[in-house]
Design a protein around this ligand. Structure first.
Ligand SMILES: O=C(O)CCC(=O)C(=O)O
Length: 283
């Protein structure tokens, strides 16, 4: 995985990341030192405070943890925008947005912002691909010929702890994003995968069609990350972002965040009530 330094990243690096690294290269890039120590510790503290309690509800991310009876060692904190202004700051970082605009189109949106906390002993996940591809267990529910020639997703992982092989740094298979399918046992995922290691404050951007998963935490410390999902404007987001946020928050957001929350994309509409009767719905 290529690493660009946040301090020196240029427009030409961003072009290289968009047109080569993410699309046809490894499928992932790291931007080192994108966030400061202060930003990271603020975000981490909020996540730790919100995940003190045991897991009550199983989500589909936790199949392996559930199967191994270790559900409580992997905890999610959802809807982070409502849990502290720091998450608005992190998710709308200008260099990040610039890269995402090039990859997903200038009016892309955010589909989810959550934290994944893996406690010592947490077992990690099954290798998978991300929303909206993740029900690819049923390929026939998707359009004929769907492929990964253009991206319907970009994942961003913000490292809130140093990510090491020992503590469960995300595993992924470089180049697998071009083959739109789940890995199976013949792919020997664990033999060929590489790890998204890095320092807290680093960010990994990857195409969610790449095979990947959280790995077991064999260390004595928690491994925390913010997981962001960004999508082209026309994809139905995974989380109902705006509905989960207070009115006061929605009234105060800037233009970038309005875009990320989908307010700039006008569909779906009830067109016969929107005055389009003479233009057949075109505006
Ligand atoms: O936390 C990680 O390392 C990866 C999480 C992930 O891939 C997911 O939850 O879909």
């Amino acid at each position: 995985m290529k690493t660009y330094s946040a301090d020196t990243i240029t427009q030409s690096d961003i072009q290289q990341a968009i047109y080569e690294d993410l699309r046809s290269g490894a499928g992932a890039v790291k931007i080192s030192d994108l966030f400061s120590e202060a930003q990271i510790s603020q975000a981490r503290k909020i996540i730790m405070d919100h995940s003190d309690n045991a897991v009550e509800k199983v989500s589909h991310f936790q199949g392996k943890a559930e199967a191994e009876g270790k559900l409580n060692l992997q905890r999610r904190v959802w809807n982070l925008l409502a849990k502290g202004d720091i998450f608005t700051e992190l998710s709308a970082e200008p260099r990040l947005l610039s890269l995402l605009r090039g990859f997903l189109g200038s009016e892309f949106i955010m589909g989810s912002i959550a934290a994944n906390r893996i406690l010592p002993g947490g077992p990690g996940q099954e290798p998978h691909i991300d929303y909206p591809y993740w029900d690819f267990h049923q390929p026939d529910t998707h359009p004929l010929g769907i492929n990964a020639s253009f991206p319907l997703n970009t994942q961003v992982t913000i490292l809130l702890d140093d990510f090491t092989e020992e503590n469960g740094a995300t595993a992924y298979v470089p180049g697998s994003q071009v083959t739109l399918r789940y890995p199976d046992e013949n792919d020997n995922f664990y033999d060929i995968c590489e790890r998204m290691t890095g320092k807290k404050g680093d960010v990994v951007v990857f195409f969610g069609a790449a095979w990947h998963c959280a790995m077991p935490n064999h260390s004595q410390q928690d491994r925390n990350a913010v997981l962001l999902q960004y999508l082209p404007k026309f994809i139905k987001p995974m989380e109902n972002m705006a509905a989960a946020l207070p009115e006061q928050y929605l009234a105060s957001v800037n233009e970038d965040m309005r875009q990320l929350l989908g307010f700039k994309y006008p569909y779906p509409q009830i067109l016969d009530e929107a005055g389009y009767a003479n233009t057949e719905g075109r505006n």
